[in-house]
Design a protein around this ligand. Structure first.
Ligand code: HEM
Length: 140
């Protein structure tokens, strides 16, 4: 089960990197924002689900409490991504953006970096836990 947990953590890291890629390619799109960011938005909600699965997998695999907590933090931070987007849009009117909304939405990008940093810790710890007992002991 610990190997499965390490697998989900690795998959989530790949998905987060793709999210950054899709945000960048969406920003270069000439079409309407709704269309340009469609793939990023869809994968964004899948990211949230995957992060919740990661947390459940950590609990089922009986990982140390710190790792379960970090996985839960990743899930909470990914859940924050659409919330930030909704709050930022709330500052505008009928699709227009405002300076306040732009500042709030900037947090969406910064939060993406924080998600990656926390997830990196989870991934490293998951690999250590999935290693055979001998190397796990010597690594800690
Ligand atoms: C872990 C990384 C990320 C996740 C999980 C994520 C998730 C999401 C989600 C769920 C949405 C849809 C929100 C909605 O329905 O209104 C969204 C929209 C968006 N995200 Fe991200 N995001 C991430 C990183 C980034 C980064 C790094 C950028 C840019 C630097 C970015 C830019 C955007 C933009 C421009 C939108 C479209 C907002 C709109 O609909 O007008 N995202 N993201």
């Amino acid at each position: 089960m610990r190997k499965a947990f390490a697998g989900v953590a690795a998959l989530l890291m790949v998905v987060v990197v793709i999210q950054f890629f899709l945000a960048g390619s969406g920003a270069f799109d000439n079409g309407p924002v709704d269309e340009a960011f469609k793939p990023h938005r869809s994968l964004g909600y899948l990211t949230v689900i995957l992060a919740i699965v990661l947390t459940l997998a950590a609990a089922v695999a009986r990982m140390p409490g710190r790792i379960i907590g970090l996985a839960g933090l990743v899930a909470g931070l990914t859940l924050l991504q659409p919330v930030i987007a909704v709050v930022a849009k709330g500052f505008g009117d009928e699709g227009t953006t405002t300076t306040a909304g732009q500042i709030v939405f900037g947090l969406h990008a910064v939060n993406g970096l924080v998600i990656m940093a926390v997830l990196r810790n989870v991934l490293m710890a998951s690999r250590q836990q999935a290693a055979p007992a001998h190397s796990a002991r010597t690594a800690s």
